[in-house]
Design a protein around this ligand. Structure first.
Ligand code: SF4
Length: 364
């Protein structure tokens, strides 16, 4: 007799996720989280692979965009996170924690994750959540109380959880995200954070008690329609801010990536005014922003030209961009410093004029 699923199927956004195949590492069922996920997606094909990393045919740029998007929609990878370390950060967080996933169901052409993994990088979920949570808890304990404010926060150590994924969509796969929100409620000197382009209202009942900071990424509507592929519309992200604040989250905004083109600062003026109109006093009182101007990558540009050349018309503009070597050693492009510096200053002036209560954590 077939067994009843241990957990009910989640309310998945099917245009984004309709899992048909689960690739998994050997002996994955020793982890309760893996068993829960199998029960949650009972009618899926299971394929054992030696490692969650770089599975031939799943990761990379072979085939074309329709293959990649189908993979993002229909495939899930389950693995065990082996490397556990917290890297110092200093911008949106004090530390980059070992994430519980890698890869994304969304498909932004400027995303830096495909620079490493290729565009077909479906969500890989790590099932050793207890081990990861214990590691983060011990790391925070070793830090002791925060005696001096840092840019990420005045008195809590901030841990970034979503460097290589969008945690809000990951929450549709498993309880990993809920477990992290619960974990930080128990750590007195720390909070967690992630940036998102997806509004997942299931998170509203997680009761984060102010220990989770969500950063909604925002850009002008027309530009977002062009480059934020498969994401929640900007209007939904703006509309969600008050609700997430009421639900106990700290909510910041992440103006990223800022894409330079004629009149773009005027478009941001409109966006700032719209956000200002929409926010409650309570949301305004806790708001902070981050500003990151676009970086891009020559190889990713070549890949994107095969499936979204319209986006590349605004993303790849060599006349105002220059090469830069990132802190991780990657060779990328950014806006020329002589252009970017005054634009970053103007951006902040315009933001301050429309939203004077919103301090900027960093802008570059
Ligand atoms: S939502 Fe974030 S992680 Fe996902 S594709 Fe877009 S930029 Fe990349």
């Amino acid at each position: 007799m077939p067994q009843a699923p241990e957990t009910l199927p989640v309310n998945l956004p099917r245009r984004l996720l309709d899992i048909e195949t689960i690739y998994h590492e050997p002996n994955i069922e020793q982890f309760p989280r893996a068993r829960e996920i199998f029960a949650r997606f009972p009618d899926t094909e299971r394929i054992e692979v030696p490692s969650h990393w770089k599975i031939p045919g799943l990761h990379g740029n072979e085939g074309n965009a329709s293959d990649w998007l189908k993979i993002k929609r229909n495939v899930l990878v389950l693995g065990i996170r082996k490397s556990l370390k917290c890297e110092p950060n200093g911008r949106s967080s004090d530390f980059i924690a070992p994430g519980l996933s890698n890869g994304c169901a969304l498909a932004c052409p400027y995303c830096y994750v495909p620079r490493q993994k290729g565009f077909a990088n479906p969500i890989s979920t790590f099932v050793n959540v207890e081990q990861i949570a214990n590691f983060i808890g011990r790391h925070a304990e070793k830090q002791g109380m925060k005696l001096m404010p840092t840019a990420p926060d005045e008195d809590s150590w901030v841990y970034e959880l979503g460097c290589n994924s969008d945690m809000s969509i990951d929450a549709a796969i498993s309880d990993n995200v809920r477990d992290m929100v619960d974990l930080f409620k128990t750590i007195p000197n720390a909070k967690c954070t992630w940036a998102t382009k997806w509004v997942n209202r299931d998170l509203l009942d997680y009761d984060p008690q102010g220990k989770t900071r969500i950063r909604f990424s925002l850009m002008p509507h027309a530009m977002s329609k062009l480059v934020d592929i498969r994401t929640s519309p900007i209007s939904q992200r703006i509309a969600a801010i008050n609700d997430f604040v009421e639900a106990g989250y700290e909510v910041n905004v992440n103006f990223s990536p800022v894409i330079v083109q004629d009149g773009f600062l005027d478009d941001y003026d409109e966006l700032f005014a719209e956000v200002d109109d929409s926010l409650s006093d309570k949301a305004k009182a806790q708001l902070e922003a981050e500003v990151i101007f676009l970086t891009h990558n020559a190889h990713l540009h070549e890949v994107n030209m095969q499936w979204h050349p319209k986006a590349e018309e605004v993303l790849w503009t060599p006349y105002n961009q220059e090469t830069k070597v990132s802190s991780g050693g990657g060779v990328n492009v950014r806006y020329k410093v002589s252009l970017k510096q005054p634009l970053v200053a103007q951006f902040q002036q315009r933001l301050h004029a429309k939203m004077p209560y919103c301090s900027v954590r960093y802008a570059f």
